[in-house]
Design a protein around this ligand. Structure first.
Ligand SMILES: C[S@@+](CC[C@H](N)C(=O)[O-])C[C@H]1O[C@@H](n2cnc3c(N)ncnc32)[C@H](O)[C@@H]1O
Length: 441
């Protein structure tokens, strides 16, 4: 995830007059996501460029995020309100957007209905204006009954796909409801101080001067009481800090690096954890990623944070094919922040929970095993590899590492806080992350 992305950026309050075009824009985004696009890709494709696009963007994003967070709910309401699905998918998406907004802002109910009808006038020659008006007014009339019926439908109630709910229940029988509830919240925005440029205390003073209240998380982290666009963060452009979730900040701490070590970050883009490693110690770092476009983000982040040096290399390559990028010199530390389902960060990517399929878990676990098996020979004896995911599915986490230990007689797990691994569950303080520290005998 790009630490400087706008995902944690709240939309400014938008006026009701702007709602109709924002509804149309959000409906187009939902349509793209339902056709299989990610929200980020859809956003780049569908929003008009230029002044109109940038003025509408915050409101459209706000609506699209809210609609996707509660998609299971909107879908349930539509099934209750309509005898058969609406034939025009764009109108269906517009209804989903308006229903999410009606639940979030009941005090604006009549403006919302009016603006949704205005938006419907621009779709399918306005043929569905009456239908949109009728469905939304029926929702308002039957709201109490619909809300209590939604409580009995797990997908509407927990706002995650049925298979996902089953999986989380099985993997986390004590915490499944809290995990699902956290997945529907607005994520916190946490900063990591670049200690090569400032101190945590001085940075906090700058935050306070800017009127930003924050709570300390760990040695170098500040969680903002209220997320703001990065442009409002003091010294962001000058590299005083990065946006990085408190759970992600654990990685560099757990890897226990020391000056002079040879370190590999095998899945490094956009470079959040790699930058943290470089801020902590004078190491030799190879930051590798298989995606060339994402690899350029590593360089951008290192530039902003002032971390480039002759001991830092950024390369594009497949971590599972070391022959194509490894010079044969063993690494003393490896960070394997592998691609995963991202089930621990769905509140930042609410499209993901509806785009994922149960088969994706197997696909990711196979890719992860291939990467860590290939990386293991590049680790020096006595060296440590930190395996990391932002997932809460056991198959990608504890089960993955148990199988790895079974395949590698020279591997042992090092305890983290006296436990065999660290599974952070998403909550108000941090996202969901998994860490296992492996040592080579
Ligand atoms: C979870 S993200 C890494 C986040 C990064 N460590 C950070 O903190 O900013 C996983 C990354 O793995 C990369 N990736 C996926 N498959 C890979 C492979 N076979 N080899 C190297 N990188 C891979 C993806 O492009 C993605 O950038």
């Amino acid at each position: 995830m790009n630490p400087s992305s706008t995902l944690s950026t709240p939309a400014p309050a938008h006026t009701s007059a702007a709602l109709a075009p924002a509804f149309s824009g959000a409906a187009n985004l939902i349509l793209a996501v339902l056709s299989g696009r990610t929200l980020d890709a859809a956003l780049a494709d569908t929003l008009p460029s230029g002044a109109l696009g940038s003025a509408l963007r915050p409101a459209v994003m706000d609506l699209a995020y809210a609609t996707l967070r509660s998609f299971g709910r909107g879908d349930f309401f539509l099934a209750q309100l309509m005898a058969k699905p609406v034939s025009d998918v764009q109108i269906r998406c517009l209804l989903l957007v308006a229903l999410a907004r009606l639940e979030a802002r009941p005090e604006q109910a009549y403006v919302i209905v009016d603006q949704a009808v205005t938006a419907a006038a621009g779709i399918a020659a306005g043929n569905f204006k009456g239908l949109v008006n009728g469905v939304l007014r029926n929702f308002l009339r039957q709201q109490n009954d619909l809300l209590s019926r939604a409580k009995t439908n797990p997908v509407a109630n927990f706002q995650h796909p049925a298979w996902w709910i089953t999986r989380i229940k099985k993997d986390h029988p004590q915490h499944w409801q809290a995990i699902l509830a956290a997945g529907n919240t607005h994520p916190p925005m946490t900063l990591r101080v670049n200690r090569r440029r400032t101190t945590s205390a001085d940075f906090f003073t700058q935050l306070t001067k800017q009127g930003l209240a924050a709570q300390a998380v760990g040695e170098l982290g500040w969680r903002l009481d209220k997320p703001v666009p990065v442009a409002q963060i003091p010294g962001f452009a000058q590299g005083l800090c990065s946006v990085q979730d408190a759970g992600a900040q654990r990685a560099a701490q757990l890897l226990e690096i020391a000056p002079g070590q040879r370190v590999l970050d095998a899945c490094a883009a956009p470079g959040g954890k790699a930058a943290h490693l470089l801020e902590l110690a004078d190491i030799s770092l190879l930051a590798l990623d298989s995606d060339p476009a994402r690899a350029t983000l590593i360089a951008d982040n290192f530039t902003r944070l002032g971390l480039h040096s002759e001991r830092v290399a950024i390369r594009t390559g497949d971590a599972a094919l070391p022959d194509t990028w490894w010079d044969g010199q063993p690494f003393e530390r490896i960070l394997a922040d592998v691609p995963c389902t991202a089930s621990g960060v769905v509140r930042r990517h609410p499209d993901a929970k509806w785009l994922r399929r149960p088969t994706d878990i197997d696909r990711f676990t196979r890719a992860q095993a291939r990467i860590i098996d290939a990386l293991w020979p590049t680790l020096a004896p006595g060296g440590k590899m930190l395996y990391a995911t932002c997932s809460v599915f056991n198959a990608e986490n504890d089960a993955q590492i148990a199988a790895f230990i079974g395949r590698h007689a020279d591997a042992q797990r090092l305890p983290i806080n006296a436990a065999p691994f660290e599974q952070l569950l998403p909550n108000a303080d941090h996202d969901g992350f998994f860490y296992a520290l492996l040592q080579k005998n």
